[in-house]
Design a protein around this ligand. Structure first.
Ligand code: PLP
Length: 368
């Protein structure tokens, strides 16, 4: 009989079940399947979920669900600030980085103006622009499907209130070199704010070099957004934050609707923040999974982009509808359609076992 993680948790009391199911990593727990029993490789979630230490604290925190618990959020914000090397006032704790991006856009564009970004990047900037009253200027990618920073720079005008850079980019997975991005940010006009969406940064090899948080520390007009949804495996608990220079942080905070997040998300984030062993494990597993996809693409002669996130973008050489249909027939949910490259596919890296299933399935899907 197989049980999903929730069932195991109920029967054995959380952490005990988590440890009993541990097999291939530090505190690794059994993986939940989707309701349809298909493997889900579509949502860029962490397939290993939260660490065992986080599950333990979550189990205990259930009984605090009746409390607002503002105090524990303040403690977490202090810890995040310490880790990022900024003052607690510079951390805007949010309901996922979605809210951090929304609030930053509102802070910069609520009187209109333009956000400059790249085509084929994360959709939130397009989704939120109408609410701000502003518009989005979309700059083409390079032929290698990378952000074209020079072309973006050239599109910045007096109307540009915000420049949005997703690094690593979703869905292409590319990472901009740290110093190249630093030069870009610091060469923009002084009143233009650059929003760096670092949702996937911890999956990149040298993420301290790649992150722009040092520019925030240096007082540049840069806002960095981060999330506990990806490498921390807490997408369902909706915790993320923005890191901003003090004056911009104050403005961003005024656009937040709720002053504090749910206590379970906060306690989970608190433990996960310092659980570097778990993050290292997830980073290594993810890298192995990316290599599986690269190898497959090479064997099947498919174009792909080398990635720094927990997903790989490749060309299955067939229509989106056909790829989706064939992948589903193999028991895998994985197809997502993106503008510009509508027939390219993004596959989220799953567990080692899920990637083995994908590796067996892809040649059949491609038709070799
Ligand atoms: N930014 C990027 C690039 C994403 O891919 C996502 C979600 O997938 C988000 C932000 C929002 O994530 P969350 O609100 O869960 O932090």
């Amino acid at each position: 009989m197989t049980m999903n993680r929730r069932e195991l948790f109920k029967i054995s009391g959380g952490i005990a079940a988590g440890l009993a199911a541990a097999s291939t990593g530090p505190g690794l727990v059994a993986q939940s399947s989707t309701a349809s029993n298909k493997i889900n490789l579509s949502g860029n979630e962490n397939p290993y979920g939260p660490s065992a230490a986080v599950l333990e604290v979550l189990n205990q925190s259930v009984t605090d669900a009746n409390r607002y618990n503002y105090g524990i959020q303040q403690e977490l914000v202090k810890d995040i600030a310490k880790k990022e090397g900024v003052d607690p006032e510079q951390i805007i704790f949010c309901s996922g980085s979605t809210e951090a991006i929304y609030s930053t856009m509102m802070a910069c564009m609520s009187h209109g103006g333009e956000a400059v970004t790249s085509e084929l990047t994360h959709g939130l900037v397009y989704q939120f622009a109408p609410a701000t009253g502003g518009t989005v200027v979309q700059v083409p990618l390079t032929s290698g499907l990378e952000y074209d920073l020079d072309a973006m720079h050239a599109r910045v005008t007096a109307d540009t209130k915000l420049v949005y850079v997703c690094n690593p980019n979703n869905p292409t997975g590319t990472l901009i070199d740290g110093n190249q991005l630093r030069d870009f940010c610091t060469s923009l006009p002084e009143d233009t704010i650059t929003l760096i969406d670092e949702a996937y940064i911890e999956y990149s090899d040298d993420f301290n070099y790649a992150s722009m948080v040092d520019l925030v520390r240096a007082g540049e007009n840069v806002v960095v957004t981060r999330t506990f949804s990806k490498i921390h495996g807490l997408a369902g608990l909706r915790v993320g934050y923005a890191i901003a220079p003090p004056e911009i942080a104050k403005r961003i905070a005024t656009f937040k609707v709720c002053r504090f997040q749910g206590p379970m998300g906060v306690v989970a984030a608190n433990v996960s923040l310092n659980d570097t062993e778990w993050q290292d494990f997830c980073r290594i597993k993810n890298k192995e999974g990316r290599e599986v996809v690269y190898k497959l693409c090479e064997e099947l002669d498919l174009d792909y982009v080398r990635a720094s996130g927990n997903f790989v973008f490749f060309d299955p050489k067939m229509s989106y509808a056909e790829y989706n249909k064939r992948l589903l027939a193999q028991g895998i949910i994985g197809a997502r359609q993106f503008p510009i490259k509508q027939d390219w596919a993004r596959i989220t890296i799953g567990t080692t076992e899920e990637m083995e299933v994908f590796a067996k399935a892809l040649p059949t899907v491609i038709g070799t």
